[in-house]
Design a protein around this ligand. Structure first.
Ligand SMILES: Nc1ncnc2c1ncn2[C@@H]1O[C@H](COP(=O)(O)OP(=O)(O)O)[C@@H](O)[C@H]1O
Ligand SMILES: [Mg+2]
Length: 335
C-alpha cells in the first residue's frame, strides 16, 4: 500500500533559467493507494501530476510531508537502500522512444535489467531468457519478432508496450503511467489502456494513471478512484463512477464538460472547456480558493478563506469547495 501524506513540493528557480521564483507544484497532497487498485490523476497541464508521479517513483524529492510504502516512511529508509526500495514503483513515461537507447537491440534493453533481477533472485541465464519472452508475451508483443530489433523498428504503440514490459522486469507492485498514451495514435490508445487494466487484474499491480484526458482516466480507473488536481491541490476525490456521474467541484464539472461523448452530446459546443491559463499570471494572493478567479459560483468567502479537502456527506468522497453541489455540467466562463 502506498500512502502520500501531506506532500508539498516547491521548485526553486521555476519560470526560466535565470528566475529565482519558487513554484509550488504540490500543496499538501494526501492519498492512499491499496494493492491492486487503480487511481487516475487528472487536471490540466502544470497542475503537478508529473511531479507527484515522479515523487512516488522516487525520481523527485519532496519539500514536506511523507511517502509511506507498506507502513514504512521513506525517511526511515537508509539512503543506500532507497534504489531497491523504489523498485516496487516503475514509471512508464509519455515518450517511449526517448526512454529507449536507439543503438541497442530491444533484447538487450530487456535482458540487462533482467540479469540484475536474476542475480537478486539467484536465477540463471535460462531464467533470464525465458522471463524476457514471458514479459513480451504479457504485453502483447511477439518475442521472436521483437528481441533482435531496434526501437525504431517498432510502431509507437509497440514501443509503449515494450516500455511497459521493461518496467515489469523488476516485479513492481505499482505502475505509474504518465500521459502514457498521449503520443500514441488514437486508434492504438485503447489497446494500451486495456493492457494497463489487464496487468492490474492479472498481476495484482496497482496503477497510477496520469492524464489530462478524462475519458482515458475513467477507462483505466473504472473500478477505482479519480483524483482531480488543481494547481497542486486535490480538489475532488472519489470512486470513478461517483465522480463521473455527479461531480460536485466546479473545476471537476468544467473538466467533465470537455468530455462530450460521455455526457451524451454529439459534439462539443463552443467554450465547452475552460481555456488553459498561464499559471505565471495568476494572482499571488493565495488566501482563498485557488480556483475562484475561474469559478462562476465564487463568492466573497472564496476570496477570503481557503477551502480544505473535506468529506462529502461524511462518505469517502472528498471535495474542496464551500458550495459542493451536483450541477449540470456547464462550461465555465472565463473573463
Ligand atoms: N524541474 C522543475 N523546475 C522548476 N519547476 C518545475 C519543474 N518541474 C515542474 N515544474 C513546475 O511545477 C508545476 C507542476 O508541473 P508538473 O508536475 O510537470 O505538472 P503536470 O504534469 O500536471 O503538467 C508547473 O508549474 C511546472 O512549471
Ligand atoms: Mg505532466
Amino acid at each position: 500500500m502506498i500512502e502520500v501524506r501531506a506532500i508539498e513540493k516547491v521548485y526553486r528557480g521555476g519560470g526560466g533559467l535565470l528566475s529565482q521564483r519558487a513554484v509550488k507544484a504540490l500543496r499538501g497532497v494526501s492519498l492512499t493507494l491499496k494493492d491492486g487498485e487503480a487511481i487516475s490523476l487528472i487536471g490540466e497541464s502544470g497542475c503537478g501530476k508529473t511531479t507527484l508521479g515522479r515523487i512516488i517513483a522516487g525520481l523527485e524529492t519532496y519539500s514536506q510531508g511523507e511517502l509511506v510504502f507498506d507502513g514504512t516512511p521513506l525517511s526511515q529508509v537508509p539512503p543506500g537502500d532507497r534504489p531497491q526500495w523504489f523498485h516496487r514503483v516503475q514509471l512508464v513515461q509519455q515518450d517511449p522512444y526517448g526512454a529507449l537507447n536507439p543503438a541497442r537491440t530491444l533484447g538487450n534493453a530487456l535482458v540487462d535489467p533482467l540479469k540484475l533481477q536474476a542475480k537478486h533472485l539467484g536465477k540463471d541465464a535460462t531464467w533470464t531468457r525465458e522471463r524476457a519472452r514471458e514479459l513480451l508475451n504479457l504485453v502483447g508483443l511477439d518475442p521472436e519478432a521483437t528481441l533482435y530489433k531496434y526501437p525504431h523498428n517498432l510502431s509507437g504503440g509497440q514501443r509503449q508496450r515494450f516500455v511497459v514490459a521493461r518496467a515489469l522486469t523488476v516485479d513492481p507492485k505499482v505502475l505509474v503511467a504518465d500521459e502514457a498514451v498521449s503520443m500514441i495514435d488514437v486508434s492504438l490508445r485503447l489497446g494500451i489502456l486495456s493492457l494497463l487494466s489487464d496487468l492490474r487484474v492479472r498481476l495484482g499491480i496497482s496503477v497510477i494513471f496520469i492524464t489530462h484526458d478524462v475519458a482515458a482516466a475513467r477507462y483505466v480507473a473504472r473500478d477505482g478512484v479519480i483524483c482531480v488536481i488543481y494547481r497542486g491541490e486535490i480538489v475532488e476525490y472519489g470512486r470513478t463512477d461517483d465522480i463521473i456521474r455527479s461531480p460536485v467541484h466546479p473545476y471537476t464539472q468544467a473538466l467533465l464538460s470537455a468530455m462530450p461523448v460521455l455526457r451524451g452530446l454529439e459534439k462539443p459546443g463552443p467554450d465547452r472547456f475552460i481555456p488553459s491559463q498561464d499559471l505565471d499570471t495568476q494572482a499571488q494572493d493565495e488566501a482563498g480558493c485557488l480556483f475562484r478567479s475561474r469559478c462562476r459560483f465564487a463568492t466573497e468567502r472564496c476570496g477570503r478563506e481557503h477551502p480544505n479537502l473535506v468529506a462529502l456527506d461524511g462518505g469517502e468522497r472528498l471535495h474542496a469547495c464551500f458550495y459542493p453541489q451536483a450541477r449540470d455540467v456547464v462550461p465555465v466562463p472565463v473573463g
